[in-house]
Design a protein around this ligand. Structure first.
Ligand SMILES: *Cc1c(COP(=O)(O)O)cnc(C)c1O
Length: 391
């Protein structure tokens, strides 16, 4: 029987809908009320972050982070090309130039050993993206940043409740950005948060987030009117969104356990295909504690990846690739990049396939996904390219 297994699916974990009703009954559905405060306090306490601000998206949090560093025209920011567009756009819209560094073939994170060679006297920021909730080598990145006087910003969109040497991702650099988009571990549809880890940046973050005004001071009774004091924008999400999000965040560990189960099922059932060299499974280095954000496989070559994706699609399974590298995109070309500039990035992005992964993915559906992958490789034996080609 044909099934229909989406790549992602909305999930109500507990009291999300009750909280929304409560927010309305409390008489405030604009921002920074009861549920926003609950979300921020929970994240601060559980993840050990100095100050968390909810934002409408991780994109918005990255924009705020870029504004807080005062990066501008002529400045450069080092980041991977293997990331989502918002990592780059947050800085590009400030007038800065993204300098793309290749990734490590094991974690698919920025290759910390290649960062130093990319530093110039215009470099201001290193933006570390924690792919799949597995930490970048933060020790070396912080060391390189310290040596050259650079700020470190973490794009921890995928890294909520993941750790490096026991420290929560997003809490390690000067600033960190989380996503609560529908595809992430904890979600409210569209949402995000800015983690401010350096106390001197908190007041300005608050102002930028409130349209460049000191309105937050008014709400706390510290001033008797509020006014325009800096640049800023509308980076405050509604209480309705925060109420939904709180329903998920209060089940931080329950959701994490769930995702670990799903991840480990893929890992164990696909191990034999990996042992036969047909595909590669994700790897988590010792110092990293993953949050099981996604499960990807790396095929032997781009052609097998595309054929497997089609094979699964024909059987009702939505598996997707990730990312079209930024340096070879039309905007990347405008910054002078060419295809072939970053070999690991291009190789990985052609071979990577993300399998369906959402909080209530059933064991039966997961087994079906794995069976269809196995079937692909059996069929594949009559198509020499899959087996004959070496990685
Ligand atoms: C999802 C994601 C974003 C964007 O998050 P939004 O909340 O949709 O703005 C940015 N960077 C990375 C690495 C992501 O995975």
């Amino acid at each position: 029987m044909q099934r229909n297994i989406p790549f992602n699916k909305p999930y109500v974990a507990g009291h999300e809908l009750d909280h929304i009703i409560e927010a309305i009954n409390r008489g405030n559905i604009s921002g920074d009320g009861h549920f926003t405060q609950n979300c921020c306090e929970l994240l601060q306490q559980r993840l050990g972050i100095a100050k968390v601000f909810l934002t409408p998206s991780c994109t918005a949090a990255l924009e705020m982070a870029a504004m807080l560093t005062d990066i501008g025209p002529g400045d450069e920011v080092i980041m991977p090309s293997f990331t989502f567009v918002s990592t780059a756009n947050a800085f590009v819209r400030q007038g800065a130039k993204p300098v793309f560094v290749d990734i490590r073939p094991d974690t698919l994170n920025i290759d910390e050993k290649k960062i130093e060679a990319a530093v110039t006297d215009r470099t201001k920021v290193i933006c570390a993206v924690h792919y799949a909730g597995v930490a970048c080598a933060m020790d070396q990145i912080l060391e390189t940043a310290g040596k050259h006087g650079l700020e470190v910003i973490e794009d921890a969109a995928q890294g909520v409740h993941a750790y490096y040497d026991g420290q929560a991702l997003g809490s390690i650099g000067a600033l960190g950005a989380y996503s609560f988009h529908a595809t992430k571990n904890y979600t409210c549809g569209e949402g995000g948060a800015l983690c401010v880890n350096r106390p001197q940046l908190i007041e300005r973050a608050e102002i930028i987030r409130e349209k460049g005004t000191n309105r937050s001071k008014l709400l706390r009774g510290e001033v008797d009117r509020y006014t325009w004091v800096d640049v800023g924008s509308s980076y405050v999400p509604s209480e309705i969104v925060a109420a939904f999000l709180y329903g998920q965040l209060e089940l931080l560990d329950t959701i994490a356990d769930h995702r670990r189960t799903i991840y480990q099922r893929y890992e164990s059932t696909l191990a034999s295909l990996a042992d036969r060299g047909l595909l590669t499974l994700p790897r988590v280095p010792e110092r990293c504690r993953t949050n099981y954000h996604m499960f990807y496989i790396l095929l032997q070559d781009g052609e097998s990846r595309d054929r497997l994706m089609g094979h699964l699609r024909d059987r009702g399974i939505s598996a997707v690739f990730h990312y079209l590298p930024l340096h070879s995109a039309p905007m990347g070309e405008k910054f002078g990049y060419k295809v072939d500039d970053l070999l690991v990035t291009e190789d990985v992005s052609a071979r990577l396939l993300r399998l369906p992964f959402f909080n209530d993915l059933t064991e039966a559906d997961q087994q079906y996904v794995v069976e269809q992958i196995e079937e692909f490789f059996n069929i594949g034996s009559s198509y020499p390219p899959v087996f004959v080609r070496s990685a």
